[in-house]
Design a protein around this ligand. Sequence first.
Ligand SMILES: [Zn+2]
Length: 132
Amino acid sequence: MSTWSLDEWEDKANADNHLVTYQLHITLQQMRRVCVGRLAEFLFPAGHYLYTGSARRHLSARVQRHLSQQKKRRWHIDYLLMASDVRITAVGLFSEAECYCNQQVGGEILLAGFGASDCRAQCGSHLKYLGR
Ligand SMILES: [Zn+2]
């Protein structure tokens, strides 16, 4: 088991310092147009998404940041998460590398390059659309 509810994930993250990768389970209630920084405007269909990222240090602080609405938009994912009707529903935590975890996820790439500016493993995107 590596996917946790919003009540559980922080204890799990703090209990194991081998964890470096997180996956945000994201639900979009309705189709929404979001301007994603320099990737331009994109129409995200309603449904479930999985976003994979990593933080070699301060993993729980990073996930907390994603859960917070009080921040400056910096990464692609910030633009999506700060749109209305977008919710994180669960958090996955892993000791394996970010790209490996991302590639274990099925789903569809809707927006090439999303969250993948630093990706050297040809993931195509670190945001996957899992459907409705
Ligand atoms: Zn990657």
